[in-house]
Write a new protein. Structure first.
Length: 299
C-alpha cells in the first residue's frame, strides 16, 4: 500500500478546502489532490462526458497512489456519475459531495433558499430529489454560474479584494432579488469565496456548504475499510489480486502496477493540465494554503 489515506478529485481547485477540512478533523491522514484541469469545466459537459472524464482520472489516481479512499470533491461528478464510478472501481471506497440542501432547509428562517452551482448540477434530477426529500417546505432558487467558476479557477488567487467582491456580486444580487436568507455553495469552487459571498450578502444571510459532512463521511468510510482488512487480511489480499486481474482484462489498468513509487508530500496539489498563467495561479494558491504544488501529471 502506498500510504495515501485519501485522494481528492475535482475538476480543478474547488476541493482543496474539503481536503483541508478533513485534515483539521484527522491531522494524521495523508492526502493527495488531483485537479482534472484537462477536462475543466465538468459543469458544462454531458453526463457521459462527465463519467468518462472522471473515470479516466480515477484510474490514474488508483494506478499511481492506490489510496485507501477517494473523495470526489465535486458536486457535478457526484450527482452525475457516483454510482457508475463505484461500480467501475469496487475495491476503492468513493465518497461523493452533494449540495447541502438538507442543511440549508434546517437553518433557513423564511424557507427561501439559493443554490449556487454548475449548470450540470442545478439541472440534474438528483438536486430535485434532494429538494423533495429534505426541503419540500422550501422554495429553492437555482443559479448555474460557470463564469464565477472560471474566475475562481484561473484568476481568484492573484485577484485583489475588490476584484473578488465584484466577481461574486452578480450571484449574491440574484439571490437577494429572490429574498433568499440561505445560500448553498453547490460547487466546491465556491468555498474559496465563501467569505466574500457572506460579506456581500450581509449578516442576515447564511452561507452553507457540505465540507463538514463530507469530511466526516470520508473518515468513517476509511475506518470501515481498514477494520475490514484487519479482520480478514487473507481475504483482502485475495480480493486485491482478483481485482487487478479483472481490471487488467477490462483494460482499466496496466499489467504491471508499481506501488513502491515515491509518494508525494502530504496535501500535494497536482493537475492534469496547465498553462504558464495557470502555473503562476496555482503556485500562488498553494503558498496561500501552505500546501505543496506538485505540477502537472499527464493522463
Amino acid at each position: 500500500m502506498s500510504g495515501i489515506d485519501f485522494a481528492f478529485l475535482d475538476s480543478g481547485t474547488g476541493g482543496i478546502p474539503y481536503m483541508l477540512a478533513l485534515k483539521e478533523k484527522m491531522p494524521s491522514a495523508r492526502c493527495v489532490y488531483l485537479g482534472d484541469t484537462a477536462h475543466f469545466p465538468y459543469g458544462e459537459k454531458s453526463p457521459d462526458e462527465v463519467t468518462r472524464s472522471a473515470a479516466a482520472t480515477i484510474r490514474l489516481i488508483v494506478e499511481k497512489w492506490h489510496p485507501k479512499a477517494i473523495v470526489i470533491a465535486c458536486n457535478t461528478i457526484s450527482v452525475t456519475s457516483l454510482d457508475d464510478l463505484r461500480a467501475l472501481f469496487p475495491e476503492t471506497p468513493i465518497v461523493g459531495t452533494v449540495p447541502a440542501i438538507k442543511l440549508a432547509a434546517n437553518v433557513t428562517k423564511n424557507k427561501r433558499i439559493g443554490l449556487l452551482a454548475t449548470n450540470a448540477t442545478v439541472n440534474h434530477p438528483y438536486c430535485a430529489r434532494l429538494t423533495r426529500d429534505f426541503a419540500s417546505d422550501c422554495t429553492v432558487f437555482s443559479r448555474g454560474d460557470p463564469d464565477l467558476i472560471s474566475f475562481i479557477e484561473h484568476e481568484l488567487f492573484t485577484a485583489t479584494p475588490k476584484q473578488k467582491r465584484a466577481a461574486v456580486t452578480p450571484a449574491v444580487e440574484f439571490f437577494s432579488a429572490h429574498d433568499c436568507d440561505t445560500i448553498i455553495l453547490g460547487c466546491t469552487h465556491f468555498t474559496h469565496v465563501a467569505d466574500e459571498i457572506a460579506a456581500v450578502a450581509g449578516n442576515k444571510v447564511r452561507v452553507v456548504d457540505s465540507r463538514e459532512g463530507v469530511a466526516n463521511q470520508a473518515i468513517r468510510v476509511e475506518a470501515e475499510k481498514m477494520a475490514s482488512c484487519e479482520n480478514s487480511p487473507q481475504d483482502a489480499r485475495s480480493t486485491q489480486r482478483a481485482f487487478t486481474k479483472e481490471e487488467n482484462h477490462r483494460g482499466l489498468f496496466p499489467s504491471e502496477r508499481d506501488y513502491s513509487r515515491d509518494i508525494p508530500a502530504d496535501k500535494t496539489f497536482f493537475v492534469t493540465a496547465c498553462t504558464p498563467a495557470d502555473t503562476a495561479e496555482y503556485s500562488t494558491l498553494c503558498k496561500g494554503y501552505c500546501i505543496p504544488w506538485g505540477g502537472k501529471i499527464s493522463l
